[in-house]
Design a protein around this ligand. Sequence first.
Ligand code: NAP
Length: 309
Amino acid sequence: MHQIIIIGSGPAGLTAGIYAARAGLEPVLFASSVEPGGELMNTTDVENFPGFPEGIQGPELMEKIQAQAERFGTKVLYNDVTELDLDGDVKRVTDADGTVHEAKAVVFATGSAYRKLGIADEDRLSGHGVSWCATCDGFFFREKTIAVIGGGDSAMEEANFLTRFASKVYVIHRRDSLKASKIMQQRAFDNEKIEFIWNAEVTAIHGETEATGVALRDTVTGESRDLDLDGVFIAIGNDPRTHLVHGKVELTTDGTIAVEGRSSKTSVPGVFAAGDVIDPSYRQAITAAGSGTVAALDAEHYLVALEDK
Ligand code: NAP
């Protein structure tokens, strides 16, 4: 039986790995089979993670954090967790191969998943001109006209990045002001290839086999119009990835996992949560890393108390 199993390989999970490993707990960490490293793997320049004054690429940062976790003995498994049995002193974690892994404590750091617009066309045309990841798919839109939907930091970052390839990038936002931080906004305003379409809601994505444009509804006047495009990038935020623990641990009204005060303690003893999956407000790589630290320390204290029981 393991002391601790960590689920998730973003900054929260891997930082929990660093701390747990240095505490001699020999953590086993489940990274996803398809997208290990979490959301930073789809990011380009990370300019706000302390310690990198010149900035660092998201994937490189994750590589370094993972190397640090492994250096102290975190065992990273590239597999998916499919089921959790969290009751009692022995937690059971089932992976995609059906293997059951037992541990005394579990840290849940599964992050968040891209939010969808909720229109049928986005799934139908996903991978055919509709994307959630500029760094993955931007290359396919060389000299094309594309749109980014959203008004937050992600949308600004994607739009700026996509101007490296596309000849024109529209930013379509449902209001007349942005949610993004001032510096990210200014960078987008200063970019000649970016044009903003304000107060506009995407009601449909056109195209039979490839996206050819969108239908827009003006949120002020109610008027509709079509916009021809070669590609659509959706960057409207994320939702916490909690499906594995539904009905097993308490959630908040925001849909995040509920934790006790500033701790990582969930409603189930021995189960700790960290990172975006508990955070409806800050959601930064560095806050996730800090949160992973809290989870590892809480788990360590729990394990000591369990020994004494
Ligand atoms: P976000 O801050 O929640 O912004 C989501 C944006 O999408 C908002 O402008 C929102 O509109 C819009 N939106 C949400 N649902 C929509 C829908 N159904 N249809 C149309 N528009 C919709 O999400 P985010 O931009 O992904 O950022 C998440 C967190 O990561 C933030 O804390 C952000 O600071 C951080 N982040 C930081 C960086 C960086 O510093 N380099 C980069 C990326 C992300 P409203 O404005 O009307 O609500």
